[in-house]
Design a protein around this ligand. Structure first.
Ligand code: GLV
Ligand code: MN
Ligand code: MN
Length: 417
């Protein structure tokens, strides 16, 4: 492939400075980054993103749920745009790279193209998606789900946070109005979509490869489980007559592990990440338990097989222990496949830049899971130290971030001409 993009210079120092500036906007002291949807830190982070977009010469607009779009108009604005982007919300006790590299890195990619004199035919557009993380509403990828039409407006309106506040209430307080129906993208809006992200796993670092190109994104699902048993005095209620909700919940968590391990697929992963018991007193039999289960796979059949096994276990545990168990689905999303042509373009750009790359599965979910439903999509991964993510020690080197931004720039440019 002959070079179609002039040589690019990524301003690695400037990008590093902006990453540090955004990291300082946090609900928790450094090095911890916490920016929960529509918190004060998230609102200040959004202001930072708007300013950084304008500094990169982009035109900013926002939709009714707070997705921020930053656009470089192409010479033929009637053509579907080439999109990129990620998120800047951060779970409690997070690091500074998850999502943010894909937003600020994309701004730098477009700034580098502009400095190199590139003139896009298709418009180039960066999105900062609202609430990729599930922290506030228990549901991830809220902005991209709505953009792709993968959640109905009625379902979005029914969302409540732990304090019982609705999406409509919170978005209005954050300054976002207008009908949620308008968030959905018109069909064919993007010609292609490419998200830059840290790998959040150890494979690239272990292989010594600077770039991963995502072929598949595993399908996430999650469930709430409520267990109601019978409480009582830890000394007085004898073992044969107990209906301990905590122990029933413990059996369910073990059943989740067993189901994931025996689904027939090495890609099935099951996690009981939320486990609460009440009253939570050492001398009281737990009368109630609340669990949240995360179950993922690259294949739907093996995920379904694990789910069936979890349901079977629950149906057996309840009567045996004399507790009432209720399981409700939060989300059950199919996996997504990367687009062969977009992947080939990213690989060609890596070859042109002399950067080794390998194809990968993303086991974490991303907004690209939903963009892939409405656009040819792939992701560009860069290594992160020890595969660490969702913790303050998360780290990606300036060299790898710059390499990722250069591959993103080259890929977007090739797709835009
Ligand atoms: C996203 O943060 C995920 O949980 O995969
Ligand atoms: Mn994350
Ligand atoms: Mn992320």
């Amino acid at each position: 492939m002959s070079p179609v993009v002039p040589p690019l210079i990524i301003d690695s120092a400037g990008l590093g400075r902006r990453l540090a500036e955004l990291a300082a906007i946090s609900e928790a002291p450094a090095p911890v980054v916490t920016r929960v949807l529509f918190s004060e830190a998230d609102l200040r982070g959004r202001e930072y993103v708007r300013r950084a977009a304008r500094e990169a010469g982009l035109t900013v607009r926002e939709d009714a749920v707070g997705n921020i779009f930053a656009r470089w108009e192409g010479s033929d604005p009637s053509l579907p745009a080439v999109g990129s982007g990620s998120h800047t919300d951060a779970i409690p006790n997070a690091g500074l790279y998850d999502g943010v590299v894909g937003v600020l890195g994309a701004f730098e990619a477009l700034a580098a193209l502009r400095r190199a004199g590139f003139k896009p035919r298709r418009s180039l557009e960066i999105v900062m998606f609202t609430a990729e993380e599930p922290t506030r509403f228990g549901l991830g990828c809220l902005g991209s789900r709505l953009m792709a039409g993968s959640i109905s407006v009625a379902q979005a309106r029914a969302l409540r946070d732990r304090e019982g506040r609705s999406l409509d209430e919170l978005r209005a307080a954050a300054g976002y109005s207008g009908p949620l129906e308008s968030v959905r993208l018109p069909s064919g809006y993007y010609h292609a979509f490419v998200e830059l992200h840290i790998e959040q796993g150890p494979l690239l670092e272990a292989a010594g490869v600077p770039i991963g190109i995502v072929e598949h994104i595993a399908g996430p699902s999650s469930y709430r489980v409520s267990v109601v048993g019978e409480g009582g005095h830890a000394g007085a209620v004898l073992m044969p007559v107990r209906h301990d909700a905590g122990l029933a919940a413990a059996e369910i968590a073990l059943a989740v592990e067993r189901a994931a391990k025996t689904s027939g697929s090495p890609d099935t992963v099951g996690t009981t990440g939320v486990f609460r018991i009440e009253p939570g007193a050492v001398n009281s039999v737990p009368y109630r338990a609340y669990l949240e289960i995360d179950l993922r796979d690259t294949r739907l059949d093996s995920r379904e097989c694990a789910l069936t096994e979890i349901r079977r276990a629950i149906a057996e545990i309840g009567p045996r222990r004399g507790v009432a168990i209720e399981m409700t689905e939060i989300n059950a999303d199919p996996p997504a496949a990367g687009d062969a042509r977009t992947i080939a373009v990213a690989e060609a750009v890596c070859a042109e830049l002399g950067l080794a790359c390998q194809r990968m599965v993303s086991r974490a979910y991303h907004d690209s899971l939903f963009m892939a439903r409405v656009s040819p999509t792939t992701m560009i991964f860069i290594p992160c130290r020890n595969g660490w993510s969702h913790r303050p020690e998360e780290y990606a080197s300036p060299e790898h971030i710059a390499a990722g931004a250069a591959v993103l720039a080259g890929t977007m440019a090739r797709l835009a001409i």
